[in-house]
Design a protein around this ligand. Sequence first.
Ligand SMILES: O=C(O)c1ccccc1N[C@@H]1O[C@H](COP(=O)(O)O)[C@@H](O)[C@H]1O
Length: 210
Amino acid sequence: MKRTRVKICGFTSADQAAYAAYAGADAIGLVFYAASPRNVSIARAQEIIAALPAFTTVVALFVDASEIQIREVIGQVSIDVLQFHGDESAQECRRYAKPYIKALRMRPDVDILALTTEFHDARGLLLDAYHTKAKGGTGEQFDWDLIPEHCNLPIILAGGLSAHNVRDAITHVKPYALDVSSGVETAKGIKDNNKIAAFLTEVCLSDRNN
Ligand SMILES: O=C(O)c1ccccc1N[C@@H]1O[C@H](COP(=O)(O)O)[C@@H](O)[C@H]1O
């Protein structure tokens, strides 16, 4: 059976991150982007990570951050994977000798296949909705038909996912993994355990039937 991996992004509380990990989330995301309501300090990130069980992948999200900021985070926080959610070049993404995923904000003219060549050493391409004002975490879905059927990199589907549409998403896109933030929250940065459980249950049921 194929299992669709799940990353839940934007935790600000250790209890909620631990709940998600024990409930079956494969990865938890920590946002290091001051403009986000989900932004965490280094101290809070350390507290969240200390609450996680073994085998939970920790992803640090940056948006056009400076090299100094990224090195400060990875020097003090036990991060497994970097997520670049801005306009970072491939050269910038590979500077840290750490596994990284690259986010693309989807517009009709995005050439995913060309970008897979540019970011060939990324561990996955994260596809999110394009928004004129926000860089991500908007809760908006994009047109999944923009995603090519074959891609050389694992596709991580994001953008407006929730327990209500995740089964359709898996059937339609067949992604390697999913990334959700707003769809498992009651307010920005405040995760909801019931929504997390419902989301993970839907993914399991969908995988079982596919
Ligand atoms: O979560 C944020 O605040 C955020 C800020 C800036 C860039 C990305 C951000 N989050 C990522 O956005 C997508 C989609 O989130 P949503 O489920 O639609 O709310 C996801 O990859 C988050 O990691």
